[in-house]
Design a protein around this ligand. Structure first.
Ligand SMILES: Nc1ncnc2c1ncn2[C@@H]1O[C@H](COP(=O)(O)OP(=O)(O)O)[C@@H](O)[C@H]1O
Ligand SMILES: [Mg+2]
Length: 341
């Protein structure tokens, strides 16, 4: 059907209806999940999810992830949610500076002194430099500079490459233009998952004078190149005072991990080493681009201390999951105290 025949009003009605249909379906699915996990009558969960979204800025996935079905109104009010985080991000990131965070090459240029590793940009004609870089490091990480859904990270071994011209051409074709040396993580992180470099997500706010640490999450991978959930990863929150885990790990797909499935490490017993250094480090990096005040920093603790992976100006939300940890309060009071909203 052409645009003309449907007419503008008709087109809007069609789009609105479509949006409504998609949303209703996903709410219904999540209400079923809530029913299966907590025994809440599904229609009740369904209505509550719609109400919470409209009235309290709670995304449907937030409602599921943070077990809103078993929380009181006051307990719910302590939780950060994705819509609230998106509003903060929009308010506290100057539009023309966002690209410094969105594009990983731009980011590495600006934050080079905090990366503490070798990196290289793939360009037309630099196959020799790519070969030398890969052979120097053995294994390398290749990144799509502006990637979506956290899926633009790959791992390559120099020993597997026979034709360097073809390898170089492949990187250009797949837009894997940023190469990095593999970060060496601290033994305490490797003890949980040695096959993936496990990052710590520190969400922070720079008020122009001071940097406030709002929330700290420890992500763990499953042996893949990335610790993101799209690669099977999960997380646990860390106490912002001492870097100790709040409890077991979990993801947004209903999995709970008392122990890391590959090493049996008890997640609740994890404590991040160099925690004071991590906080001091974040307080330093958060001042580099003062026009972007609210950022989710991905850092890795190495045997020598923290190094920077990336900063996310559209910081996601990592929260404590009550059914897993038994703790029924979130981090929103810290956000409110620091940011004043
Ligand atoms: N240089 C590196 N060495 C080892 N692992 C890395 C490196 N860079 C990224 N990773 C892994 O890949 C994950 C995703 O990388 P990141 O640059 O944060 O991209 P995104 O989060 O946008 O997918 C990190 O959390 C980490 O697990
Ligand atoms: Mg990241």
């Amino acid at each position: 059907m052409s645009d003309n025949r449907l007419g503008l009003a008709g087109k809007f009605r069609y789009l609105a209806e479509r949006a409504r249909r998609i949303d209703i379906k996903s709410v219904a699915e999540r209400a079923k999940e809530v029913h299966e996990q907590h025994g809440t009558w599904a229609p009740r969960a369904f209505a509550d999810m719609l109400w919470s979204a409209a009235r309290h800025d709670v995304a449907f996935q937030d409602y599921v992830d943070y077990d809103f079905a078993i929380l009181t109104k006051d307990e719910r009010a302590t939780y950060m949610t994705h819509p609230v985080s998106m509003q903060l991000a929009a308010r506290f990131a100057k539009k023309d500076k966002r690209v410094l965070f969105e594009n990983k090459i731009e980011f590495n240029r600006v934050f080079d002194r905090f990366l503490k590793r070798d990196w290289l940009v793939v360009e037309a004609g630099n196959a020799d430099a790519v070969q030398a870089f890969a052979e120097r490091h053995g294994t390398i990480i290749a990144k799509v500079p502006v990637s979506h859904m956290g899926l633009g990270v790959r791992r390559y071994h120099a020993a597997d490459v026979t034709d360097w011209a073809a390898f170089h051409r492949g990187l250009l074709e797949r837009d894997e233009l940023l190469l990095e040396e593999v970060i060496e993580q601290h033994a305490d992180l490797a003890a949980v998952c040695p096959g993936t470099v496990n990052t710590t997500r520190v969400t922070a706010f720079f008020d122009g004078q001071d940097v406030h640490i709002l929330a700290v999450a420890q992500k763990f991978g499953r042996g893949a190149v990335s610790d993101q959930m799209s690669y099977g990863g999960f997380y646990t929150m860390l106490h912002p005072e001492d870097g100790r885990a709040f409890g077991p790990g979990y993801d947004s797909h209903g999995h709970v991990h008392e122990k890391h499935p590959d090493t049996d490490f008890p997640i609740a017993a994890f404590r991040l080493p160099f925690f004071d250094d991590v906080k001091a480090f974040v307080k330093e990096v958060a001042r580099v681009v003062p026009e972007v005040q609210y950022v989710g920093w991905d850092i890795v603790v190495t045997p020598e201390g923290p190094v920077l992976v990336e900063g996310n100006w559209g910081a996601g939300v990592y929260e404590n999951k009550p059914s897993v940890t038994g703790i029924r309060t979130g981090h929103k009071p810290r956000y409110k105290a620091a940011i004043g909203f």
